[in-house]
Each structure stands twice: as structure tokens, then as C-alpha cells.
Design a protein around this ligand. Structure first.
Ligand SMILES: [Zn+2]
Length: 86
């Protein structure tokens, strides 16, 4: 993946990404690919199946009062929401 700002090749690593802070809800995406540009420091996060994730989150926002959640993507099961860090 090339950097959108400077065009250099970005380096991929796995990490956590804070996805949404709406209504006090903090969703931490775990084990997602984060591309970092060594040159300018730009970061891009690759979120798989983002439509599935946003649908699940909007359903969850209505039904939960948990303020911090973790989301973990597995190719077999899709997005899983949980309240504790894996
Ligand atoms: Zn760059």
C-alpha cells in the first residue's frame, strides 16, 4: 500500500485502532492491519468488512450501556464484539 500523502510504500503492522467514539462509546478494533509511512508518519487502517461492523455497532449502541467495547475480526466468524480485551 502506498502512502496517500507522499507516495512511499507503507509498512504494515498489527495493532489496535479506536474506531468510534459516539455517545461515550469507545470501540477498540483489535488485531487490525495498520499501515505506517516511515517517511511522513501517515497512518492508514485497513478495516475488513466495515459494513458488517458498522451495522453491528449501531445495533449494539441501541441495546447496550457498556461504554468501552472491543471488536475482533476473524475470517471464520466475522466481527465479534466483546467487553474485555482479548
Ligand atoms: Zn508518507
Amino acid at each position: 500500500m502506498k502512502c496517500l500523502l507522499c507516495g512511499k510504500e507503507m509498512v504494515a503492522r498489527k495493532g489496535e485502532h479506536h474506531y468510534a467514539k459516539a455517545s461515550g462509546l469507545d470501540v477498540v478494533l483489535q488485531n487490525v492491519d495498520i499501515f505506517v509511512c516511515d517517511d511522513c508518519g501517515e497512518e492508514e487502517v485497513a478495516i475488513p468488512h466495515i459494513t458488517e461492523l458498522t451495522t453491528m455497532l449501531s445495533n449494539k449502541l441501541i441495546s447496550t450501556f457498556t461504554f468501552k467495547m472491543y471488536a475482533h475480526y476473524s475470517p471464520e466468524e466475522g466481527w465479534l464484539l466483546h467487553t474485555k480485551s482479548l
